[in-house]
Design a protein around this ligand. Sequence first.
Ligand SMILES: *Cc1c(COP(=O)(O)O)cnc(C)c1O
Length: 491
Amino acid sequence: MTQNHGVADVDVTIPLLFEEGSPGSCAVSLSKSDVPQQDVRKMLPAELVADDSPPLPEIAEMDLVRHFTRLAHRAFSVDANFYPLGSCTMKYNPRINERAAALPGFANLHPYQPVDQIQGLLELLYAVREFLQEISGLPEVCLQPAAGAHGEMTGLMLVNAYHRDRGEQRLNVLVPDSAHGTNPATCTVCSRTAITVKSRPDGKVDLDDLRKKVDRHTAALMITNPNTVGVFDEQIGDLAEILHEQGALLYMDGANMNAMLGIMRPGDFGVDVMHFNTHKTFSTPHGGGGPGSGPVAVAEKLRPFLPIPQVIKKTDATFELDHNRPKSIGKVRAFFGQVGVLVRCYTYIRSLGTEGLRNVSDKAVLSANYLAKRLEKAYHFPIPGPYAHEFILVPKFEETGVTEIDVAKRLIDHGIHPPTMSWPVHHCLMIEPTETESLRTLDYFADTMLKIAREARETPEVVKNAPHHTPISRADEVGAARKPNVRWLPG
Ligand SMILES: *Cc1c(COP(=O)(O)O)cnc(C)c1O
């Protein structure tokens, strides 16, 4: 038996459940069945009956509990550690959200229940719609998309439907090189060709390049604003004009609304369609594939095409699912959206209120700029500030060979999750502190980054061989992806 589990400095491998158990052990004792025993071979066709019982691990309850508790202690999470993962808005998720989502009146609903039995839920969804309409400055929101990228797909389907309805087929979508990677991917999924628009050295769109590329074949421009190098492009109104002159639309990736709440509204600067990442901006534990919610907000001209059903409020103040939208692109998700995530979104917005939301963005922006200022002498900043809610820096220690990966790995030794690496600029780290971190945590992070910069010059081997205090040091990431060892049976 392996001892000292969970002690970080000791190299301990957690065995598989199969290896930890012993024949005859069992974690549950079921009471004797009072149903007469039957021979399964008499009840099922022979080909459906296995020759042997399945090779399940045999392990006692306490060993089972310890096994999973040890694994859980190794998990890195926002609840335990600072997580400055750029573009992902990994912020603290208030527990009240979980309480609300777990209320039996929400958690035990079935999506096939008749509308008169789910009035409370529909009222909540309608309220979320109204909040997001107010925040975006756009007249209608659809809550169906299940994540940010899914919202992008829905948005571009709406753009395509709009042009088709006008008898036009526009096959190109312009995407600035500072866009999130999902933007060009969405173009491909929606059978459109992504054409890159150049950015200027300050990270903003090169309007001359845009003017050259926009024409009657342009369906839309998809812009992430603030973009992935952390700057807000204040030319956005001009961009909208240039596009609209050619009959093209402006799509805004709103995953970074953390920087904008209550300060500006996309609908006011010419955006025709955008998505929210409610699991980022309005909190919800996410990452590793879910759960998410990517509501889409649209301008007047795109409303007829929105997915159905839409949650509406009737004149008698009851709520209904409206299917009557003849030009709708149809459904993009089963039922009416990621309800559990939307309950969290509602709770977050209601618990903060108007001033609280504004405060979120003020603090997110202040935190990012504070960190950038503290680190400016030790690292290279390819894009000048001021920044929105995140920024990129490049570790430049050429003479010692220390790279961005080494700095990221060394942060793990200090209990900090590595930031996004090498994207969108080669060799950079993208840092997003969010509004939820205290000054003390921000200073701890800045102090640690400064210490690593010193180490990189004075004792580079320490940084290059990091992490030193984890159960394993550097995994072979390519090997893990190409030749995964997913053994689940002994031997
Ligand atoms: C996270 C993110 C997305 C994708 O959202 P998912 O919910 O992960 O699909 C798109 N754009 C930007 C700018 C993002 O940060």
